[in-house]
Design a protein around this ligand. Sequence first.
Ligand code: SF4
Ligand code: SF4
Length: 306
Amino acid sequence: MDTKIREALKPCGYKVKTVSIAHLPEIQESVATLIRQRLINKRLADKWHFYRTPNTELPEAKTIIIAALPQAVTRLTFTWQGRDYPAEVAPGYFSAADEARAAEILNQVLGDGGYKISKARLPLKTLAVRSGLAKFGKNNLAYVPGMGSFCRLIAFYSDAPCEEDNWQESAAINICEKCTLCLENCPNGNIDAERFLIHAENCLGFLNEIEPDFPYWVQYQPDRLNAFVGCMRCQSACPVNRPYLKNIKAGPSFSEEETALILNKTPWEQLPPESRKKLEDIRGIYPLIACNLSALMGKQRQAGQK
Ligand code: SF4
Ligand code: SF4
């Protein structure tokens, strides 16, 4: 079955590994341990509460499947006051179509054998590394061969027997031993030479998703803002990602009217259906994007005046 899954996902460029369900407590414990050791703060722990989510959808599961889907940077375009503003979104946000495709393929292959799948809410980077699908970078991102960190991870429970239990110790990419580029390029000094775990609670990507406004250190130093959604700095600096940096796909464009609605923080339900469709992948952070957009436009206008 594992070979069939691998082969079925391959044409889309997706990679996959499996581990036995017996490792579920250890996967969940990985985050719990960090919380107990106070290595991640309460806000981050609250955001990561999903690690406790029990497997109620498919209690008879025997296998956990973890897949990596290659992702590009998505470039959106906003038209405002007669000018077009490109806005890049870090890889992994506009991923709904890939996730749906991966689920469809798995449903088909496993369904043929009489098995089911159910989406698993788990600490995905840990799972990817412990299954051998990825290795950690010094920036704590999961690096998958052939994708670098430009990937979306997704996990499923399945009641199919686990033919290949790939569970293993965590590993880091070798090149990190002699490299400090992500550490030097992080705008907030989140990557710590003294410990493996980055200070993710100060990560711009994380703050971008939870803060109603930018923290003061971004407001006063707009140069730290390097993506419309998420943060790209440590990924862009990383030599392992070099082959994938030019992989930019055109995302939706937004007219003057749509841009005005977004900048005015129009409630999601009051947006025209076509605008909602374009923003569906980042719906969860929609209330926060007006702030990002106006900061990005200001930065681009400033750069144009120089
Ligand atoms: S995502 Fe940005 S803020 Fe977070 S560690 Fe990387 S460079 Fe630093
Ligand atoms: S930039 Fe260097 S140290 Fe950082 S993850 Fe990439 S290879 Fe490792």
